[in-house]
Write a protein that binds this ligand. Structure first.
Ligand SMILES: [Zn+2]
Length: 181
């Protein structure tokens, strides 16, 4: 019984510490937006610092704008309810409720939790719109406006498709679990 008791104690203490700024209520009425600051302050690290906290593939995607293979990534076929956040800084990005089966082999969403959690940048060749984390400027994927049911991509409420890399994100099943920047 000693270990479970200790774990419970640690969990209680840690919750008390992290819950001071914003008192957590029940899991049911806590939303990820509660964890998004009004003003998003930039997280900046050197490449060497990023390499210490990211895996090699995370670094290639988030910091070097690589694209992972379709149908061979963690979340393309994940249908669990929950929350997707930035793999670099854990800023909440997408609710699983806005994820849809795009058929592309990459996790696809039709809108971020709030518009301000991502930033958009035109690719150098002008072809595509890159999506980055608004806090750490990590490369997440690209935005397309082809989710209209005409070219094989299912129709979304706004016609948008945020085509993301699984390796650029974290996933947690409980939305109420506070992200740890
Ligand atoms: Zn980030």
């Amino acid at each position: 019984m000693l270990i479970p008791t200790l774990c419970l104690l640690v969990a209680t203490v840690s919750w008390a510490q992290t819950g001071t700024a914003q008192s957590p209520s029940t899991a049911a009425d806590t939303k990820a937006v509660d964890f998004i600051p009004d003003v998003i302050s930039k997280v900046t690290k050197t490449p060497a610092e990023w390499r210490k906290t990211l895996t090699a593939s995370q670094f290639q995607i988030l910091r070097q704008a690589a694209t992972e293979r379709a149908f061979a990534n963690s979340f393309w076929n994940n249908h669990a309810d929950g929350l997707y956040s930035c793999g670099g800084c854990d800023l909440p990005l997408f609710y699983a409720s806005t994820k849809f089966d795009s058929g592309t082999g990459w996790p696809s969403f039709y809108q971020p939790i709030q518009k301000k959690v991502v930033s958009e940048r035109r690719d150098p060749d002008g072809e595509r719109v890159e999506i980055l984390c608004a806090r750490c400027d990590g490369h997440l994927g690209h935005l397309f406006d082809d989710a209209n049911g005409k070219i094989g991509i299912p129709k979304t409420p706004n016609g948008l498709r945020y085509c993301m890399n699984s390796g650029a994100m974290r996933f947690r099943k409980k939305i109420a679990d506070r992200p740890k920047p």
